[in-house]
Design a protein around this ligand. Structure first.
Ligand code: CTP
Ligand code: CA
Length: 231
């Protein structure tokens, strides 16, 4: 019974996450998006909560999900996600970016439904880059005395570790969780995952199992050990 009231190894820590896809609308009824369901991010959010952290999830559009014990900030586009993250990241102890953020958005959003007779074809859709939420968050806290632990995810289909390591460096992260989304038992919408955790100094660590079990192991590896060594 006493264990129910035990503070947990992440008590007093604030964990910020992004999860789910973003939607980039080209008119009121059409958008660019991806198949992310937010499962891995929500598994991490609940695992962090169970370890005692207070958890905020900036969440793109997903279906009904368990929000128990979490502060959830609902967003739609990459720009909204960036705004909500940048206003919170400096006060966080960890920022874990699991969202599948759309890298591009239509340059303009038509105020009314675009009629099929009105454009020559899909090749006329002009795209521009969205903000990189994680890279901007990393830049924002770069000079800070107590910088949050920054963790990225890398969804890859080839040369997984190489691509992930490049992102770890480019976005100045503490760790990146590399995910071969085409591997059996991994990727979008599945209940299981198989990942490789890369840090700046340590050896790569392979983790596999249910998304809940993988989430717990990621937090043990990246946050719990660190929290324990800093007290
Ligand atoms: N990310 C982000 N904002 C973006 C794009 C990516 O916050 N606009 C974050 C993701 O949440 C993830 C990490 O950056 O934690 C890597 O995302 P990924 O799509 O794998 O990498 P990109 O840098 O976008 O490169 P590419 O898609 O070309 O592989
Ligand atoms: Ca991307």
């Amino acid at each position: 019974v006493a264990a129910r009231f035990a503070p947990g190894p992440l008590a007093g820590k604030r964990v910020l996450l992004t999860a789910g896809p973003t939607r980039e609308f080209l008119d009121p009824v059409r958008f660019i998006s991806n198949p992310s369901t937010g499962k891995m991010g929500l598994a991490l959010a609940h695992a962090a909560r169970a370890l005692g952290a207070s958890v905020t999830v900036v969440l793109g559009p997903v279906g009904a999900v368990d929000r128990t014990g979490l502060e959830v900030v609902d967003v739609v586009s990459a720009e909204e996600m960036a705004r909500e993250v940048l206003s919170r990241v400096a006060e966080s102890d960890a920022f874990i970016a699991t969202a599948a953020v759309s890298d591009w958005r239509p340059e303009t959003r038509a105020p009314q439904k675009v009629k099929k007779g009105s454009i020559a074809g899909p090749e006329t859709l002009k795209l521009v880059r969205t903000p990189d939420v994680l890279a901007e968050a990393s830049r924002k806290v770069a000079g800070q005395a107590r910088r949050p632990v920054l963790v990225g995810f890398a969804a890859e289909t080839e040369r997984v570790v190489e691509h992930a390591r490049e992102k770890l460096e480019r976005k100045a992260l503490d760790a990146i969780v590399a995910n071969d989304v085409t591997a059996p038992g991994a990727g979008f919408g599945t209940d299981t995952n198989r990942v490789t955790v890369l840090t700046r100094t340590g050896a790569p660590r392979e983790l596999q199992g249910t998304k809940d079990a993988v989430a717990r192991s990621i937090l043990e590896l990246l946050l719990v050990q660190r929290a324990a060594s800093s007290v």
